[in-house]
Design a protein around this ligand. Structure first.
Ligand SMILES: Cc1cc2nc3c(=O)[nH]c(=O)nc-3n(C[C@H](O)[C@H](O)[C@H](O)COP(=O)(O)O)c2cc1C
Length: 190
């Protein structure tokens, strides 16, 4: 049975490029037989800043928006977070979305695809990997940074990766599949 892979678009601002990059990530993931791929746009979920009275670890949510987000994350076997870098950091929209949940992340693997200027968003990836690890996610080291990403977006608005990016993504997906399969039994024997 394929692993359910959720591609999470981390930026939510008007005019963002996150969906453009994520469209390539989803297409690349769909080329792997191991995955059943779904793209989740945090802008659609429209999560407010954490507004639940209980600690997320209790999984006692009061609001429909949190319950919806929780069900999406619960359904996943693996994640790829597609993220920009804001001020050398991960975007608040993504940090907030991750911190709204807790148990839903545990014993699941995640990769990160980042984009930016010269850094390719790597600093965002590193802080995210720390946060994800704190929540029990296996944040694999095979991330995909995309430096100077606007150069890879054509006039038609489509992101076209170079060979290095494709290789990096393939490596990440291969590792995600291994971890996804290995971690599944840990969740059923909890
Ligand atoms: C608030 C803000 C801070 C930014 N900080 C960085 C940064 O630290 N490093 C970087 O490479 N690009 C930075 N940028 C430029 C982003 O790489 C670029 O705007 C990108 O399109 C942001 O992703 P998004 O369009 O999905 O929001 C920043 C952009 C914004 C809006």
């Amino acid at each position: 049975m394929p692993l359910k892979l959720k591609i999470i678009i981390g930026s939510t601002r008007p005019g963002r490029k996150g969906p453009t990059v994520a469209a390539w990530v989803a297409k690349a993931a769909a080329g792997h037989a191991d995955f059943d791929v779904e793209t989740i746009d945090l802008a659609d979920l429209n999560l407010p800043l954490l507004d639940e009275p209980n600690h997320p670890a209790m999984k006692k949510y009061e609001h429909a928006h949190t319950k919806r987000w929780s069900a999406i994350a619960d359904d996943a076997d693996a994640f790829v977070f597609v993220t920009p870098e804001y001020d050398f950091f991960a975007p608040a929209s993504l940090v907030n979305a991750i911190e709204c949940l807790s148990q839903e992340w545990k014993y699941k693997p995640a990769g990160v695809v980042s984009y930016g200027g010269i850094s390719g968003g790597l600093r965002s990836t590193q802080v995210l990997r720390g946060l994800l690890g704190n929540l029990g996610i296996v944040a694999i080291p095979q991330s995909v940074p995309i430096p100077f990403f606007p150069e890879f977006i054509g006039d038609d608005g489509v992101f076209v990766p170079n060979d290095k990016m494709k290789e990096g993504a393939d490596l990440m997906f291969g590792e995600l599949a291994k971890w996804g399969k290995a971690l599944k039994p840990m969740r059923t024997t909890a």
